[in-house]
Design a binder for this molecule. Sequence first.
Ligand SMILES: *[C@@H]1O[C@H](CO)[C@@H](O)[C@H](O)[C@H]1NC(C)=O
Ligand SMILES: *[C@@H]1O[C@H](CO)[C@@H](O)[C@H](O)[C@H]1NC(C)=O
Ligand SMILES: *[C@@H]1O[C@H](CO)[C@@H](O)[C@H](O)[C@H]1NC(C)=O
Length: 362
Amino acid sequence: MASLTSPISLLCLYVISWMTCASAYKVLDDAFLRLVPAGAADLDIKTGALLAPLLTARTAGSAGHAAAQRHFIDFFHSSLPKWSIDWQNSTDGKGAGAAQNLVFRREPPWTKPGQANILTLAAHYDSRPATAAGAAQRGGSVGAVESAVSCAVLMHVARSIDRYLTQMHDEMDALGEGGEFDMDMGVQVVFLDRREGQRGQGTGLRSLAEAWEAVNPALSNYRTPLNQISMFVPVDLIGAANPMISSYFETTHWAYRGLANIESRMRNLGLLQSNVTGPIFNETGKSTAQFVGGPAQGDYFDFLSRGVPTMPIIPPTPPAVWKTAQDDGQHLNAATVQDWSKIMTAFALEWLDMMEVTPTNE
Ligand SMILES: *[C@@H]1O[C@H](CO)[C@@H](O)[C@H](O)[C@H]1NC(C)=O
Ligand SMILES: *[C@@H]1O[C@H](CO)[C@@H](O)[C@H](O)[C@H]1NC(C)=O
Ligand SMILES: *[C@@H]1O[C@H](CO)[C@@H](O)[C@H](O)[C@H]1NC(C)=O
């Protein structure tokens, strides 16, 4: 009888409860929601360690473009050493003409290539060149909503989920839990280059989609790296006041509803700062007949068309400053930027089933 209360039995109960919940997207409880950190001072437009360095023109081949790449690499290298760092450079352009995508990934330590399913958060980091026609209007635009804020928010998400990933991996490892199909969950943050392909070139996303069609090693759980993407979440054109994000695809509507739920719960708990005229995620009640296609703007089609579940966090109506010289730090809504940092972090935590990891206060 003593065995009933032995640590081994308790361990087994724990393991069983873990495994039966393994495949479910798990809503965070109120206590955990309150612990979700905002980017705070790191998202300040002048002094913020994450955002400020990105608020500079970042056209291909420019100093700002190279500085953005270094910013990402330095951040992951120094703050998130358990994440792998990979370049994916296109082969259809040389030097500054090649798309230079950066992929930062964290998988469970026991998984082999091709084994984990991977939540994939993406944002563009290049800014548009001033075209002849738009030069006067766009001159000097640093692309704050397009897409410095998106990049900085994703850096914040990676940093905020990292300690929970470590805790979960350690606990699973200690329990010999690795190898469960659903629970082998990883995350990658992709910074995409070359938003628009020039003559004879694709976009950075297309280059990545083609590269990730390569077949994984034999006996992998997933045939290709694209198949490993459990959800593709491209983030673009955020940072202005009063955002509204549509639900674009029925296949990912359930996850959209998860985001809407996070937003309304955080607002009710007083955890969000921005004043809004209505919910950000304003299409929770969409019916099957109302799904007619994705956002006109934003880069997602090359993954979507290859069957990757896709949930764009892209407003159907771009902010008014978009493509003008006013798309800069001054025209961002600071409270909204903070709210994005919390909402997207909570979403990643729910996706990764982090209620299984007991949150501990700082
Ligand atoms: C990709 O391009 C970057 C930037 O030019 C360069 O530093 C890096 O070495 C390249 N990586 C590969 C794998 O070609
Ligand atoms: C939101 O509105 C309240 C009341 O009008 C105001 O006091 C507060 O400063 C506003 N907050 C932001 C971030 O604009
Ligand atoms: C949600 O907001 C977007 C952007 O303002 C708008 O285009 C769309 O019609 C709204 N959807 C609903 C159901 O109100």
